[in-house]
Ligand binder design. Structure first.
Ligand SMILES: Nc1ncnc2c1ncn2[C@@H]1O[C@H](COP(=O)(O)OP(=O)(O)OP(=O)(O)O)[C@@H](O)[C@H]1O
Ligand SMILES: [Mg+2]
Length: 315
């Protein structure tokens, strides 16, 4: 038995297109999340990070594999048991502002989440809303405002308050700082770390900003074409990446004072296409180390160092 709080084995979600083809967005993810960690999930746009987050909490159906929470598989839960687990696992959408109903005041948005997911009385809900509002640094007089009347940074805070009010154990944060200017990003990151401590949370931090991941995550999982290809403690992974994909990702991080790298021109070959995943190792057609074996054998994630594992025959 693993002592992970949240674990996936062979998890898959495939989007079916009208012509019958399958977009293998999440395609066999093995991941173990320990209680209390801040696990960064990184990878290029389209590699399946958001789909993984949504499949983990059941917004998207798992086509294959299992999700285990607190030692028990959760896919087949129903009724109250499912609701209980659902409230413990929360996903904060990539665009938290757009996820708020524009016709509802902030107060109503916060209250409604509690109406749907809890059996709290009106007075208890009101107390819970005020508690979480204070935790995210918003004021009670902002409860009567509409989403368009508050700033982008405040919208993120509301998005966080809405899920925190449900007293989750695991928060999946999808690009929590994207689209914010740098100073607001910094205050939101500081807030996330404060909330992580205050609520004893476990965080899955989805981001393609490697500098941010390095600054706040305790561990990192690197995703490529629907799979986790490397995991490691932040210290080990950034200093000694083992998978050739991780190496290329890190090579693209702008160094302080150095030139900015704008797009992904640093990676050779075709951009990855989840409609057409190569045989064997899915990274092989862009990999400088690829050999004949890589076309034939799909490498499994294997431990290479105490905190590190990589899915590469030659790592
Ligand atoms: N509803 C959908 N129907 C078909 N394909 C989809 C759908 N949603 C996502 N995809 C595809 O699944 C793959 C993974 O998408 P996903 O949004 O999970 O990536 P991501 O890693 O979160 O990217 P980003 O960094 O841009 O947010 C992409 O190829 C995407 O085009
Ligand atoms: Mg995404």
């Amino acid at each position: 038995m693993s002592d992970a709080l949240l674990e996936t084995r062979g998890l898959a979600h495939h989007f079916r297109l009208k012509d019958g083809r399958a977009v293998r967005a999440v395609d066999g993810v093995d991941l173990a999340v320990q209680a209390g960690e801040i696990l960064g999930i990184v990878g290029e746009s389209g590699c399946g990070k958001s789909t993984l987050g949504k499949t983990l909490i059941g917004v998207l159906r798992a086509d294959d594999g299992t999700v285990i929470y607190d030692g028990a598989p959760i896919q087949n839960l129903k009724g109250p048991a499912l609701r209980a687990v659902r409230s413990r696992l929360q996903y904060v959408y990539q665009d938290a502002g757009a996820a708020l109903d524009p016709r509802w005041t902030i107060g109503r948005s916060l209250d409604e989440a509690l109406v749907i997911h809890t059996k709290l009385s009106r007075a208890e809900r009101s107390a819970r809303v005020r508690e979480t509002l204070a935790a995210v640094g918003l004021h009670e007089d902002q409860l009567s405002l509409y989403p368009h009347e508050i700033s982008g940074g405040q919208q993120r805070r509301v998005g966080l308050a809405r899920v925190l009010a449900l007293h989750p154990r695991v928060l999946i944060l999808d690009e929590p700082t994207s689209g914010l200017d740098v100073s607001v990003q910094a205050t939101i990151l500081k807030l996330l770390v404060a909330l992580w401590r205050q609520y004893g949370l476990t965080l899955l931090f989805i981001s393609h900003d490697l500098a941010v991941v390095r600054s706040i995550c305790t561990r990192v999982a690197v995703m490529y074409l629907g799979r986790i290809v490397e995991t490691g403690s932040t210290a080990d992974l950034f200093v000694n990446p083992r998978h050739p994909y991780t190496k290329s990702l890190l090579a693209a991080v702008p160094q302080p004072g150095g030139p900015r790298v704008i797009d992904q021109a640093w990676l050779e070959g075709e951009p990855p296409d989840p409609l057409d995943i190569p045989s064997g190792c899915r990274f092989r057609n862009r990999c400088p180390m690829a050999q004949r074996r890589c076309a034939a054998e799909d490498p499994a994630l294997r431990a290479l160092a105490p905190t590190q594992a990589a899915a590469c025959h030659f790592a």
